[in-house]
Design a protein around this ligand. Sequence first.
Ligand code: ITT
Length: 199
Amino acid sequence: PQIVLATHNPHKVEEFQAIVAATRPDLTVIGYDGPEPVEDGVTFAENALIKARAASAHTGLPALADDSGICVDVLGGAPGVFSAYWAGHAKDARANLDLLLDQLSDIADPHRAAQFVSTIALVVPGGAGDEHVVEGRWPGRLARAASGGGGFGYDPIFIPDGQDAAAERTVGEWTAEEKNAASHRARAFVALVPLLAAL
Ligand code: ITT
């Protein structure tokens, strides 16, 4: 079976292809290059549904969309749904993370808690018009400075919980395999697997 992935972010496509291949190798994930709807939702779930509905309507195929971001405790959950353009509409990942580091420059380690959130919408076309939303969260804290060239977005400044304190690394320093086994996106996908059983 085929499923379309409603994203224009090539890093998400790569990660989804790896995550899906590990669990549902029979599913073919197809990229989406159709019209990009306006993401004017105020929650991850609303935006994920907007993107998945548009791709499913355009292609006639089941569609997945991920709306995701980083939520920082001392900022009340921001950047959240504004993560992609925190420093402006250019969607400049480096400017985004530099701004976030600046905003937390006076905040000491015990108060730098943050989590990555991935919300995935599944829209199945046809009679029933099924819609589902699942979410995965990955707790950690913000580093003091960026390190590592792996991944994308805020990966170079995110230190996931649960690492050996003496050898903590940002996700920018993790391999793609390590990230795809542990990430917010992988966790959301675990919740999605039973819903994909019908495809
Ligand atoms: P699409 O809407 O086309 O899928 P996008 O990148 O604009 O692509 P979002 O609106 O969901 O997607 O924004 C998500 C942003 O959150 C993303 O641009 C990163 O800044 C951040 N983000 C999400 N997942 C991330 C991850 O795994 N690692 C690092 N940053 C991440």
